[in-house]
Design a binder for this molecule. Structure first.
Ligand SMILES: [Mg+2]
Length: 282
């Protein structure tokens, strides 16, 4: 990362921190009985696009000013998001950790977290980009690592905290997606554990004991993948390649596992995201 980019990231990070009204994770722990739930934003809780797309039924339009430029964001929340946050907040402090920029993160949270359930957020300025990999370091959150579950749709996010990671299938816009709903009983089960690590092992025991599978076809083991940094993307650096590079494997990864969609429809969506993501690079 260049010095200029590093400075911009730091500026956005601290500007966002001073402007927001959330409880800082650096304050003394107020909820000693609660575990800690760290959630990614894009394709985990919401899906956003930056151009109108007739194949994407957005829920709300948001306006984000970033680096002096106005962006229109087409947002759709993952089904059961409100119920998920309400239920999870009974047992967990909730933090957001996203590779999206601060202004974007704040605007999305203003829509999905009207009740201020979420305690704090960490955005792009809190991520480290090294050799094309985005690192999300949970040590930034002043909480015991044994108390943390970190849910993300990108396996790269777990590089520094593999034992805390829980990989969730990516959400695009499937109305049938019920991943968040299926997570609620597992989170209640985990809230009673002394040490939540490794989360994937707890998940396997939970699934075996209950004869159920939380995420039907998600990747069971976390594997680190190299990806290109995309420092000018407003939202999270997408794990979307150029359309001609999209393979069946990519589509399977991007597709919400709860709904079978045609390849053409998914390619159309990927194109929409790619258009924005690559606009300053191609
Ligand atoms: Mg994501």
């Amino acid at each position: 990362m260049s010095i200029v980019a590093l400075f911009k990231n730091c500026y956005e990070h601290f500007k966002g921190k001073f402007q927001k009204n959330y409880i800082s994770a650096q304050t003394p722990k107020q909820y000693s009985q609660k575990k800690v739930l760290v959630l990614d934003l894009d394709e985990t809780l919401v899906h956003c696009e930056f151009k109108e797309n007739e194949n994407f039924q957005h829920e709300v339009l948001l306006e984000v000013i970033h680096k002096g430029q106005l962006y229109t964001v087409y947002l759709k929340a993952r089904p059961y998001l409100n119920q998920f946050l309400q239920e999870a907040s009974k047992d967990y402090e909730i933090f957001i950790f996203t590779a999206g920029y601060e202004a974007y993160c704040q605007e999305v949270l203003s829509f999905i977290d009207k009740k201020k359930i979420i305690s704090d957020y960490y955005a792009r300025g809190s991520c480290q980009f090294i050799d094309g990999i985005c690192y999300k370091d949970l040590q930034l959150i002043d909480r015991p690592m044994g108390d943390i579950i970190f849910i993300d749709n990108n396996p790269n996010a777990f590089i520094k905290c593999q034992d805390n990671g829980l990989l969730i299938p990516s959400f695009l816009d499937s109305e049938d997606d019920d991943c968040l709903l299926r997570l609620i009983p597992f989170l209640k089960y985990m809230a009673k554990k002394k040490d939540l690590r490794p989360v994937e092992q707890h998940l396997k025991i939970y699934e075996d004991n209950n004869g159920t599978i939380v995420f039907c076809e998600t990747q069971k083991s976390i594997q680190i993948e190299q990806e290109e940094p995309d420092e000018d993307t407003l939202s999270e650096g997408k794990v979307v390649k150029r359309e001609q590079d999209v393979t069946d494997l990519d589509i399977k990864h991007k597709k919400t596992q709860t709904q079978l969609e045609t390849v053409n429809k998914i390619k159309s969506k990927l194109r929409s995201v790619t258009l924005f993501s690559s606009s300053k690079h191609n």
